[in-house]
Write a protein that binds this ligand. Structure first.
Ligand code: G6P
Length: 623
């Protein structure tokens, strides 16, 4: 969702801000804007509805000078996408400019109060109240400081701190002050912010991607912290405890990782990166001698781990689908009962969760509001709660009791692909880990390791269906409905395949366990509704084959995702995408690739914005 960038230093702020906003485009947005403290000491602003390219064109005609500025991509919540509702917003008489991520819950009451005092509102947003509140607190503080003894940085930070005290809700915030042309204030409560520490410059951003290529020194701002950034200094204070020593960490992010390279879209790039991302996820995580897996950050003693007799997995969207794969894999490998919950339901449902349950929150971004809330709820109830996430230093990583990083590399396309297979791999690694702790023998452990280690090569082979996937996409791109059907390990794949198609091509698609077809979805089958059967070999194969017959008997086209060498399916299905023949526990990895490709090519053929599908956001930071 919304993205924030900020810059103070020696460069032309605008150059950095526009490049930074481009790197944040993947988060999903509908309008964008920037503000700088211009060379003549004013707060200059430029905003535009639509893509960054439109803002760029506008700025080519009316550029903004200055070495200090903030920028924002907005994903509309309060008020539609429009020039007025885009950030930055001004406070007071153009004294303050702010950009905000998050939601202010009590903005209506504050707005009324400020309007009575004479503050004029220009937008329908909740964010504008923040700008006026800061302007008001700055004016009041200035009156009290009649000798002018308070340092500009301290005064600016205090004005923000006072304003924040009246706000309920979440925020990641960046503030410019006309009176303080050398500094930028940032504050965090619930919405992430990072600071890049450069030579004679500081960078602010809502995630690390804008920093790549500028600096590898990063500070993760924590909740309730306020930072004052100048070209040469960074001072961080905590809302209650005052000044704190910030911790500068090294960012492992290469600018090339966030660039498109030879690919037309990030989604295709990320689909094709899966052999590498899976290799990165498993690197250093096998212990061959003990035939098990190892994790560095679970932060639980061997005794605590041995006491675990249930697992609860939670997440949203694609991460929830990976949790479903986990249910099959962990139950099979470890014989531990696994419960999977939508985070958005779990946070309010209050189900009885037994002692001895270990909770894992799966989240690529580590910022999904519902997943964070579910995590906090489980922690509050006293269950050890770990995060499985991709983004290093994310809120989930910071707030959990421990966790496992995916190491899949930055995922930019809104539709998750490589993070999904890495999440599924972590599920398999956990199955192996807990399996070896309980009933799983050495030989079986070794066999699982051998199989999992082949994944990069197997997934590479699955990618060979690329040309065929494109051909099939051409054949069915005009259909309005698709069914995705699979059983057992391939049921979550059916859900994920349908979600991919829906997200990026806007075709209605439903995933079902194949045998459930008779209880409703079969009514949809006709010659214009393709059914995608995920049907690699397994003990249930013949039953799925019967389901295929049922669809064919009703005139429905069948696209099969099958294993190399499967002759029976070739006779029956209209189209087949072949993947390597593998045991069932590896099928979720090999069969999802053709479905990702099918969705991708279908969306491209339909002229959709594959990396930035309408209405969707990469990290959903509101409830
Ligand atoms: C959004 C994204 C999905 C993602 C889901 C959960 O809906 O568009 O791709 O699966 O959020 O995100 P998370 O970062 O928690 O995995």
């Amino acid at each position: 969702m919304c993205g924030i960038v900020g810059y103070v230093g020696y460069r032309d702020a605008l150059d950095f801000l526009l490049e930074g906003l481009r790197r944040l485009e993947y988060r999903g947005y509908d309008s964008a804007g920037v503000a700088t403290v211009t060379d003549d000491g004013e707060l200059g602003v430029s905003k535009s509805v639509g893509r960054i390219a439109a803002l760029n064109d506008q700025l080519a005609t009316w550029p903004l000078s200055g070495n200090l500025g903030i920028g924002h991509t907005r994903w509309a919540t309060h008020g539609p996408p429009s020039q007025e509702n885009s950030h930055p917003h001004f406070g007071g008489d153009r004294e303050i400019a702010i950009v905000h991520n998050g939601v202010i819950e009590n903005y209506l009451a504050l707005k009324e109060e400020l309007e009575v005092e004479g503050y004029r509102f220009r937008s329908e947003t909740d964010s504008e109240v923040i700008a006026h509140l800061i302007a008001r607190s700055l004016n009041r503080l200035t009156v009290c400081d009649d000798n002018g003894t308070i340092e500009p940085g301290e005064l600016a930070a205090e004005a923000v701190r006072v304003a924040l005290a009246s706000l309920h809700g979440t925020l990641g915030l960046a503030v410019l002050f006309r009176r303080f042309p050398g500094l930028l204030v940032a504050a965090r409560r619930g919405s992430p912010l990072v600071i890049g520490v450069g030579r004679n410059e500081h960078i602010l951003a809502s995630d690390a991607s804008p920093l790549a290529g500028y600096t590898d020194r990063i500070v993760y701002l924590a909740d309730h912290q306020i930072a004052v950034l100048t070209a040469n200094e960074l001072n961080v204070t905590h809302r209650e405890t005052g000044p704190i020593r910030h911790h500068v960490q090294t960012l492992q992010l290469d600018a090339r990782q966030v660039e498109l390279g030879p690919y037309p879209h990030y989604m295709l790039k990320e689909i094709c990166e899966q052999p590498q991302s899976l290799a990165d996820t498993m690197r250093g995580r096998f212990h061959s001698e003990d035939a098990t897996s190892v994790f560095g950050g679970l932060n639980l003693s061997p005794q605590q781990l041995r006491g675990i007799d249930r697992i609860l997995l939670t997440g949203c969207g694609t991460s929830w689908h990976a949790a479903l794969v986990g249910e099959y894999l962990i139950e099979e490998m470890a014989r531990l009962p696994v419960q999977v919950e939508y985070a958005s339901e779990l946070r309010y449902r209050n189900p009885p969760v037994e002692r001895g349950t270990l909770v894992f929150a799966l989240t690529q971004s580590g910022e999904t509001a519902d997943t964070l809330a579910a995590m906090r709820e489980m922690k509050r109830k006293g269950h050890p709660t770990l995060a499985i996430c991709n983004v290093v230093g994310s809120t989930a990583a910071q707030e959990s009791d421990g966790g496992i990083y995916l190491h899949a590399g930055p995922e930019v396309g809104v539709a998750s692909t490589k993070a999904y297979t890495s999440q599924c791999l972590v599920m398999a690694l956990l199955g192996l880990y807990f399996g070896r702790m309980h009933h799983l023998g050495y030989d079986a452990g070794r066999r699982y390791i051998d199989g999992l280690q082949r994944l990069p090569e197997l997934v590479e082979e699955s990618l060979e269906c690329r040309v065929e996937a494109q051909r099939i996409a051409e054949k069915y791109a005009d259909c309005r409905n698709f069914l995705y059907l699979g059983r057992q390990h391939n049921f979550p794949t059916a859900l994920e395949g349908a979600l991919k198609l829906k997200e990026i091509s806007y075709i209605h698609a439903e995933g079902y366990p194949a045998a459930e077809m008779k209880h409703g979805p079969i009514a949809l089958v006709d010659e214009n509704t393709p059914s995608v059967f995920i049907m690699p070999p397994g003990f249930i194969y013949d039953k799925v084959l019967s389901n295929v017959q049922e669809v064919k008997a009703r005139g429905g086209p069948v696209i099969a995702i099958a294993a190399e060498g499967d002759r029976r399916v070739a006779d029956l299905a209209n189209d087949v995408l072949y993947t390597p023949a593998v045991p069932e526990y590896l099928q979720p990895f090999t069969t999802i690739l053709p479905l990702q490709l099918l969705a991708y090519y279908t969306a491209v053929l339909r002229g959709c914005d594959v990396d930035r599908p309408r209405n969707l956001a990469k990290s959903v930071t509101v409830e």
